[in-house]
Design a protein around this ligand. Structure first.
Ligand SMILES: Cc1cc2nc3c(=O)[nH]c(=O)nc-3n(C[C@H](O)[C@H](O)[C@H](O)COP(=O)(O)O)c2cc1C
Ligand code: SF4
Length: 512
């Protein structure tokens, strides 16, 4: 009987011991058995997650260690379901059943580099459809889907594409922002490692829509496994005619290259990223001009996040209406959430917009890993607010979050239990800004350093009332006078910590 073992080869599973398990398995294979290194399904709390397929059934074991695998291998397969690590079918686990997977529908199913596997699961259907449409009709489809940028600002993808499509130029570009620097986020990496062709497909569709024949993926340097997967996927897609001078035999060209950043958070900001791609230091450019009109090398450029571009392939394959039918209000489709920090069930969850933060963190995430009460949840990366319990019933929706002074950003939720010190977190936000500021404008460059000093004084009880007021003023200046969102948003985490957790700053804060 043929039996296939699936063990994820992605960064997280590897870090948790999947590579050693794969070696152990390889050494114990019988005839007709193979090990497939798939991508992760994103249930990091279950990694390393071994799945075994036999007779059309696929059952999972996890989180699995070497000892447990040894026990399984020493037992007759008919007994495996009795083992302590057996989870049954992954699809039937409540954690997966609660999700609606569109962007991550293929993640973890197969070898991410297997083109036949991709094609068997709807792969390149979106591109095939796009090849039969006029460029303006592709843009129209994306517009009607309501897809908004997943990289942070949630700007409608179709409007950005229309601007680039309508600009006239010899050369236009598609740039994929894969710099993924937000704390607690890993969805871009997971997507690229588990389903790289989807990103390639989305970028080719974007190229057709706006008339761009060249694309770049700007990948953060801390993702060496991702680089390996993407590098090989681009090569295979070229060889199969999905990239190059004649994509899908259409006589239309789209060339894709991979570029590596050098580990600066600010290079995720689109204009700093374009500078970096041009070989310069990653400094923020003043806007206007918008990158859509004067972007890479001064040419009209679409800059989109990995998840935005990946979602486009689904929109084109399933149709705009199917995508727009999910979600709420102006937040359409699904949101790829990343649960991190002090959380029992950490990992990637894809749900339609509209669930509440509490449902996601308490019900799906299982509460804190420490078992202690949750104190705060930081949403939207290092520049996002620390949300107190009163905010956890807010639906996951861009406008609803803006209404409580927060932001969804890239969909990262970082959980803190009641031992967390929020004054230390506010200090961390300022220190992070000081470390990562590009240095172009004074409110951010100098303000963040002074911010750390002022918070230190408050913590040391040095004239706390006056220093709290000073910190407020400083936040005000940073918010209103910074050139980009790095300095402009740093007050978010600082202010939320001061507002909702004043007791962590100083005992006599009641008098402030
Ligand atoms: C300081 C800073 C860091 C950012 N980092 C990222 C990032 O890592 N990835 C990303 O896609 N967008 C990041 N952005 C947002 C980008 O500037 C840009 O809005 C985004 O890539 C556009 O793609 P989207 O429309 O698909 O979201 C960052 C913005 C700022 C201000
Ligand atoms: S706000 Fe900070 S990161 Fe942005 S341009 Fe000014 S100095 Fe650079």
């Amino acid at each position: 009987m043929t039996r296939r073992y699936f063990l994820p080869a992605d960064t997280t599973a590897g870090a948790l011991g999947a590579d050693a398990l794969a070696e152990q398995l390889q050494g114990a294979l019988h005839e007709g058995e193979t090990v497939v290194r798939n991508g992760s399904r994103g249930a990091f709390w279950l990694e390393p997650l071994l799945e075994v397929e036999e007779g059309g059934e696929r059952i999972a074991f996890g989180p699995l260690d070497g000892r447990q695998l040894g026990e399984l291998l020493a037992t007759d397969y008919t007994q495996w379901r009795e083992h302590e690590s057996c989870l049954g079918s992954v699809a039937q686990l409540p954690w997966f059943k609660a999700q609606t997977r569109l962007t991550f529908k293929r993640a973890g199913i197969d070898d991410p580099l297997c083109l036949d596997g991709y094609l068997a699961q709807q792969g390149f259907e979106g591109l095939e459809h796009a090849l039969h449409l006029a460029p303006e009709d592709i843009v129209e489809e994306v517009l009607r889907s309501g897809l908004r940028g997943r990289g942070g600002a949630a700007f409608p993808a179709g409007i950005k594409w229309r601007t680039v499509a309508e600009a006239s130029a010899e050369q236009k570009y598609i740039v994929c922002n894969a710099d993924e620097g937000d704390s607690g986020t890993f969805a871009d990496r997971l997507l690229m490692e588990a389903d790289p062709y989807q990103l390639i497909e989305g970028m080719a569709i974007a190229g057709l829509a706006v008339g761009a024949t060249r694309g770049y993926i700007y990948l953060r340097s801390e993702y060496p496994r991702t680089w390996e997967v993407l590098h090989r996927a681009i090569g295979k897609a070229e060889a199969a005619g999905y990239l190059g001078d004649n994509i899908g035999n259409s006589n239309r060209a789209f060339h894709l290259e991979l570029r590596i950043g050098a580990g600066a958070y600010i290079c995720g900001e689109e204009t700093a990223m374009l500078e970096s791609l041009e070989g310069k230091r990653g400094m923020v450019r003043a806007k206007p001009p918008l990158p859509a009109l004067e972007g890479l090398f001064g040419q009209p450029t679409v800059v989109n996040n990995v998840l935005t571009l990946a979602a486009v392939s689904t929109v084109l394959a399933d149709g705009a209406e199917a995508y727009a039918a999910l979600g709420m209000e102006r937040s359409k489709g699904t949101l790829c959430l990343q649960l991190a920090g002090n959380i029992k069930r950490g990992g990637l969850l894809e749900v339609p917009f509209g669930m509440s933060v509490r449902e996601v963190v308490e019900q799906l995430g299982g509460g804190t890993r420490s078992g202690r009460p949750i104190k705060a949840i930081q949403a939207g990366g290092p520049l996002g607010a620390y949300l107190p319990e009163s905010a956890w019933d807010t639906p996951l929706d861009y406008e609803a979050f803006a209404g409580i002074g927060g932001m969804l950003g890239h969909g990262g939720l970082v959980v803190f239990d009641d031992t967390a010190d929020m004054a230390a977190q506010a200090r961390f936000a300022m220190a992070f800004c000081a470390e990562e500021s590009c240095g172009k404008c004074t409110p951010c460059r100098v303000g963040s350093t002074r911010g750390v000093e002022v918070i230190d004084k408050i913590i040391a009880r040095e004239d706390p009332a006056a220093n709290m007021t000073l910190l407020e003023d400083l936040c005000d200046t940073m918010e209103h006078a910074s050139l980009c969102a790095m300095g402009g948003l740093t007050p978010h985490p600082v202010r939320s910590a001061m507002t909702y957790f004043p007791e962590d700053f100083c005992k006599d804060v009641g008098e402030v």
